[in-house]
Design a binder for this molecule. Structure first.
Ligand code: ADE
Ligand code: ZN
Length: 348
């Protein structure tokens, strides 16, 4: 192997082997069609598709909303604590295979509580899987509660109230669902209340929405990371600020293509984000719907954009920097990344 310029196969192997953090994964978006059908049968839920193939064939999206409609329908099979555990455990097994060492999982409680599922069933099942992921797989896993932005501020406050007795089981709040028409300002007060509880704050912004939503997420919600944020490049002043303040972006390349944010991966701006000095990371978003888990995102993106080994290392390093792990834990992750670089003959 030429160590200075690894060939494509060696680069793939390195990308797969790198220890990495996943910071943008909706756990409901990891629900594979096979598990949807298994849970539907277990829980006696009728699905509007005859089989797995028919469901998968419906995964042809034109924008975010066309995806969300199917995504919320898929989540309707989740009823009991064990269902939430099984879903998260299936994700952790996949994450382990992709050398994810740290995962911060989004979950959407309102999708479930609005159907009558107790909040405790949701968070207890997910939390039990997180504990087991740490004990059995060596993955540090945390939960981030997302408010659905198409619902009201009042509903978000009610959800935060339901979550309060479970404060020790999640580390932060996020904001997801239909972006355009639901600006960050709608949730300024509930984010302030969450931050007062010592919770971290993140928000989807600049996925389909304008750069102004990214500014507002920073200034009104005081978020520590921006989820997606790919529209930032349309605003050079904002890019300069994100770089200066080292605000991470949790980018999801396959998602952006599936939801028609970019025409194809070759058009994706991930490499440009890195070149402009942004703390960009690679993530899977909703891997069961968008064609792959985190390593698939890495491998397809590196091929399409011609990323080199140094850019891959930067992406993995960024994922640790952007995580909510302690400084000591982050130092341990960086050491593992450096060891992986040495093993693969790549300069750290
Ligand atoms: N919920 C699940 N995936 C999402 C995405 N990509 N954007 C907004 N909300 C989501
Ligand atoms: Zn997302």
């Amino acid at each position: 192997m030429n160590l200075a310029q690894p060939d494509r196969q060696a680069l793939h192997a390195f990308a797969r082997a790198m220890p990495k953090a996943e910071l943008h994964i909706h756990i409901e978006g990891s629900l594979e069609p096979e598990l949807i059908f298994a849970l539907a049968q277990r829980n006696g839920v009728a699905l509007p598709y005859p089989d797995v193939e028919a469901l998968r064939a419906a995964y042809a999206f034109t924008n975010l909303q066309s995806f969300l409609d199917i995504y919320y329908a898929g989540a309707s099979v989740l009823l009991h604590e064990q269902d939430f555990f099984d879903m998260a455990w299936a994700y952790f097994l996949r994450a382990k295979a992709d050398n994810v060492v740290h995962a911060e999982l989004f979950f959407d409680p309102q999708t479930h509580t609005d159907r009558g599922v107790p909040f405790a069933a949701v968070i207890d099942g997910l939390h039990r899987a997180c504990v087991q992921a740490h004990d059995q797989l060596g993955i540090r896993a945390e939960l981030i509660l997302c408010f659905l932005r198409h619902l009201s501020e009042e509903a978000a406050f009610a959800t935060l109230e339901q979550a309060r007795p479970h404060r020790d089981k999640f580390i932060g709040v996020g904001l997801d669902s239909s972006e355009v028409g639901h600006p960050p300002e709608k949730f300024a007060r509930v984010f302030a209340a969450a931050r007062a509880l010592g919770l971290h704050a993140v928000a989807h912004a600049g996925e389909e929405g304008p750069p102004q939503y990214i500014r507002d997420a920073l200034d009104l919600l005081h978020v520590q990371r921006i989820d997606h944020g790919v529209q930032a490049l349309n605003d050079p002043e904002l890019v300069a600020r994100l770089a200066r303040e080292r605000i991470p972006l949790t980018v999801c390349p396959l998602s952006n293509v599936k939801l028609c944010v970019f025409k194809d991966l070759a058009q994706h701006n991930l490499r440009e984000l890195l070149r402009q000095g942004l703390v960009a990371t690679v993530n899977s978003d909703d891997p069961a719907y968008f064609g792959g888990y985190i390593n698939q995102n890495f491998v397809e993106t590196l091929d399409a954009l011609g990323l080199d080994a140094a850019e891959l290392v930067t992406l993995a390093r960024n994922s640790f920097e952007a995580s909510f792990a302690s400084d000591a834990v982050k130092a341990g992750y960086r050491a593992r990344l450096e060891a992986c670089c040495r093993e693969h003959g790549i300069a750290a």
